[in-house]
Design a protein around this ligand. Structure first.
Ligand SMILES: NC(=O)c1ccc[n+]([C@@H]2O[C@H](COP(=O)([O-])OP(=O)(O)OC[C@H]3O[C@@H](n4cnc5c(N)ncnc54)[C@H](OP(=O)(O)O)[C@@H]3O)[C@@H](O)[C@H]2O)c1
Length: 232
């Protein structure tokens, strides 16, 4: 008991010294948040806007027009803004279809093309473009979801795409220049989405979007890279 108390006192003193001397802890970051008007994105915006400047982007909502399937829209948006400290993506669509209904097909006709083009390549392209528009030690945070680990019926595209994104993040973290970090947040189904998703997620324990948003905060405001933050 005494030992714990002493440790607590030292920790408190250390934190005080840090907060006085280490401007990293006080730096206001400029963060691009793609999908910031969505169910997940709104919670991420709420969490991060308390301490940082947030630029919200989407196809039609937000102050910047970005479609992650349209490279020109991303290039245009990046060139219109000053350098950033973090890029966060809380967007990405996949098609849900029972495996029995999915036939072998060339990419253009494949049931998997939506997820690959949108959630996977959209986020990967955003990350690649962000690399050149981030300040030193900036960060990139992408989004997957619990279907990476726990498949549901009709979810083969979601599981495939989520795992591919996580693979990209783990590998890209080893090669990004100038101290730039990259992580991915994988939330459980959100409480706020259960009204629509409940039939697909029986037995899952939904998490509040605000809890998932904390993982985005860890990615943006922490020091780790190559991490998959599982919020479940
Ligand atoms: N909801 C959940 O339970 C849950 C759980 C785990 C993971 N996730 C993942 O979290 C992400 C967001 O899900 P959500 O439920 O928050 O979705 P949502 O409520 O439908 O919101 C999607 C957001 O992304 C933007 N957006 C959509 N397509 C876009 C595109 N092509 N380019 C740029 N922005 C785009 C939308 O704004 P515009 O309409 O203006 O483009 C909106 O701000 C998805 O990747 C999803 O798989 C969700």
């Amino acid at each position: 008991m005494l030992y714990l108390t002493l440790v607590d006192i030292h920790f408190a003193n250390d934190l005080e010294t840090l907060s006085q001397g280490d401007s990293i802890l006080e730096k206001k970051l400029r963060i691009l948040l793609v999908g910031g008007s969505g169910t997940l994105g709104k919670a991420v915006a709420r969490e991060l806007s308390a301490r940082h400047e947030i630029l919200v982007a989407g196809r039609s909502n937000g102050s910047l027009n970005i479609d992650i399937t349209d490279i020109d829209s991303m290039r245009k948006a990046f060139s219109s803004m000053p350098k950033l400290d973090a890029v966060v993506c809380a967007a990405g669509s996949v098609k849900f279809a029972p495996l029995a209904d999915i036939q072998a097909a060339p990419f253009s006709d494949s049931a998997y093309s939506v997820g690959i083009t949108n959630k996977l390549l959209g986020q990967v392209n955003l990350a690649l473009l962000a690399r050149d528009h981030l300040n030193e030690n900036g960060s990139i945070t992408l989004t997957t979801g619990i279907l990476s680990d726990h498949p549901i019926a009709a979810g083969s595209s979601a599981t495939m795409v989520n795992r591919a994104i996580e693979g990209f993040v783990v590998a890209a973290a080893t090669e990004l220049p100038r101290g730039i970090r990259i992580n991915v947040v994988s939330p459980n189904v959100l409480v706020e989405s259960m009204e629509h998703y409940a039939p697909f997620f029986r037995g899952f324990e939904p998490v509040p979007a605000a809890r998932a948003a904390l993982a985005f905060s860890r990615s943006v405001e922490g020091r780790e890279t190559g991490q998959v933050y599982k919020v479940y």
